[in-house]
Design a protein around this ligand. Structure first.
Ligand code: ATP
Ligand code: MG
Length: 156
């Protein structure tokens, strides 16, 4: 399924706009790529990242989404925030099922710790990967790397 990222991400952002506005967080998006992926799973993955960024960013912060086609023609979708960040010690574990960072529990009491595990399974299914960069107290940037369209192979 060929995905118009501009449209998909635009719709997801529209959905989260009221949440961001309520919290006084600026949410923005820059887009310039098309992608071959399962539309429902793509939306789930990007939504989970945006939802995390909104949860783990204090009022007045910002969340930005950007997509680009890398030189090797793989597609990168990045969700960046100015939130609490993730310590080096926790980074290797955050995509594990039920893993939650102690210091962030109070910010998102209702979490189950499954959000990023689901994102990881979705990326595995697409033959892609996740890259997480974070600096405690400054923010987090999570990139979904989808392989170039002609080698994407959805195992179903
Ligand atoms: P849920 O299953 O409802 O998504 P969750 O948000 O706790 O619960 P994950 O989305 O898997 O679970 O995230 C795992 C943990 O990683 C979170 O509990 C949080 O501590 C940390 N984390 C994830 N995204 C961010 C972010 N953008 N900024 C800071 N910490 C984050
Ligand atoms: Mg989550």
């Amino acid at each position: 399924e060929e995905i118009d990222i501009c449209r998909e991400v635009g719709e997801i952002i529209e959905y989260y706009q009221p949440v961001a506005e309520d919290k006084g967080i600026n949410i923005s998006c820059l887009n310039n790529a098309t992608l071959y992926a399962d539309r429902t799973l793509f939306r789930r993955a990007v939504s989970n990242l945006i939802s995390n960024s909104l949860h783990y960013t204090e009022a007045g912060g910002s969340v930005s989404i950007s997509t680009r086609q890398a030189p090797n023609r793989s597609i990168e979708v990045t969700v960046r925030d100015t939130g609490c960040g993730i310590s080096k010690a926790d980074l290797p574990n955050i995509t594990d099922r039920f893993y939650r960072v102690d210091s962030t529990r109070h910010m998102n009491k209702e979490g189950t710790g499954l959000g990023l595990a689901i994102v990881k399974s979705i990326m595995d299914l697409h033959g892609g990967s996740i890259k997480v960069e974070s600096e405690p107290g400054r923010g987090t940037s999570i990139t979904l790397l989808f392989p170039r369209a002609d080698i994407t192979n959805l195992s179903s």
